[in-house]
Design a binder for this molecule. Sequence first.
Ligand SMILES: [Fe+2]
Ligand SMILES: [Fe+2]
Length: 192
Amino acid sequence: MTYEQCECEVRQRLSEKRFYHSQCVAEEAVRLAVLYGADPEKARLAGLLHDILKDTPAEEQLKILQGFGIMMNDTELANQKLWHAISGAAFLEFGLGIRDRELLSAVRCHTSGRKNMTLLEKVLFVADYISADRDYPGVEELRAVARESLEEAIIEGVAFTVQELMSRREPVASASIDAYNDAVAVLKEKEK
Ligand SMILES: [Fe+2]
Ligand SMILES: [Fe+2]
């Protein structure tokens, strides 16, 4: 599939606002990829595709997952915000025939993060927090942090999300804590 064909698939499934967000994440992912040495074109495509099922109703996402025989674990099931990442990756693979494992896993973990994230996964995870369309309080600071260190940005991002979730008494994915712990370990290693 060409980039333009992927863009078409994304555009028809998302609201205008979400499509714009996807384009912004694609651009930000390219910037981070160039800065940190990931593949910029793969990062652009991952950014474009990452939210492909975000506007698809939850029941439909569940059906897609069931249809492809994908099981979610208990925390994933309890946290509906994670569904679009998991169903999105499944849809890209089995629905659109995208076979790039690295890209698929970056989409799959873009919301929660995970243990042992690859460079591309980190790039997409952080790009989603700081894309040009984001305007939450503190985003400028996080953009500045992301220019200095992907790990610091992951820590800040996870801290922000976990606080938000806890304040609303929503479940926190253990994968997010894994991503945080990994980033802390990388920083500690660098300090040595
Ligand atoms: Fe997302
Ligand atoms: Fe997103």
